[in-house]
Design a protein around this ligand. Structure first.
Ligand code: NAD
Length: 272
């Protein structure tokens, strides 16, 4: 089990999109996508794979430092697609509206929104969970998704797709992440409810629910045994690499692949 790619590597693997393992085939040809939280982890892998499938990609990030964002931007541009980098806090409604307007200004419209930016802090004791942390988790993970979905609507006149990042914690709950699990369950319900609401606009709404994925969301100073324990929750005995999640987003974003699918939660959890 430990020889599977990415297990021991979990720590510092070469990004899979640098290897020729995934060839795009135009599933998102000439689409315009906006991905939140694209300077890292799953969001970066999704943004780059979307470009490989033919989309122009805007992505947002929280950090005021641009180093990580530049890595994503370069990878998108290497695919020959246009890229727009947006900085700001998605829990702020005005920021979401500005971001959507900037994408529409540059590309003319928006076809795909990936709501992906999120916040979590591990807390073993529920009693210690401070109101400030609770509020920050809710604001980023719930308000952010809600505001961003509303903000893109005026720029999706021809229909499109929204893909939300949920989580296995929203399906099963995590005792260390009570507030976070609560928001992820909320995102799944939001996905199902919004799907019915937006179908007559031609917008499909689905979610990907990742299991354990090795990204900066998990503290990088974690000892190897802890990585192993984290990954062992999956039957594959290892955490996923972010690039293993991204094809699920392509599938749900592309009308070629999923034109008759809306309101679904797709678990990508390695047999968790
Ligand atoms: P990550 O830390 O690599 O990326 C998080 C991204 O969110 C960053 O790009 C950051 O800039 C952005 N972000 C955070 N707060 C923000 C805010 N207020 N405004 C704007 N951007 C903000 O983490 P990741 O693991 O790639 O997480 C991506 C998504 O996957 C999240 O929704 C997370 O809940 C979900 N998820 C992750 C795992 C996992 O094990 N890593 C498991 C299930 C679900």
């Amino acid at each position: 089990r430990q020889e599977k790619p990415g297990f021991e590597a979990g720590l510092d693997p070469a990004p899979m999109w640098e290897a020729p393992y995934y060839r795009g085939s135009g599933k998102l040809a000439d689409k315009i996508a906006l991905v939140t939280g694209g300077d890292s982890g799953i969001g970066r892998a999704v943004a780059v794979l979307f470009a490989r499938e033919g989309a122009d990609v805007a992505f947002s990030h929280l950090s005021e430092e641009e180093i990580d964002a530049r890595v994503t931007q370069q990878a998108i541009e290497q695919e020959g697609r246009r890229c727009l980098v947006l900085q700001g806090d998605v829990s702020d409604r005005d920021t979401c509206q500005q971001h959507a307007e900037m994408v529409a200004q540059m590309f003319g419209r928006i076809d795909i929104l990936v709501n992906n930016a999120a916040f979590q802090v591990h807390r073993t004791d529920f009693a210690d969970l401070s109101p400030a942390q609770f509020e920050l988790t809710l604001r980023t993970n719930l308000f952010g998704y809600f505001y961003m979905a509303q903000a893109v609507l005026p720029f999706m006149p021809h229909g499109g797709a929204i893909v939300n990042t949920g989580s296995v914690t929203g399906l099963r709950g995590s005792s260390e992440l009570v507030d976070y699990s609560m928001t992820k369950g909320g995102i799944h319900a939001f996905t199902r409810a919004l799907s019915g609401n937006l179908l007559d606009r031609g917008i499909r709404v689905n979610a990907v629910a990742p299991g354990p994925v090795w990204t900066p969301l998990n503290p990088s100073d974690r000892p190897a045994e802890e990585v192993a324990r984290f990954g062992a929750k999956s039957r594959m005995g290892r955490p996923a690499q972010p690039e293993e999640l991204a094809p699920a987003y392509v599938f749900l974003a592309s009308a070629q692949c999923s034109s008759y699918i809306s309101g679904e939660i797709l678990p990508v959890i390695g047999g968790y």
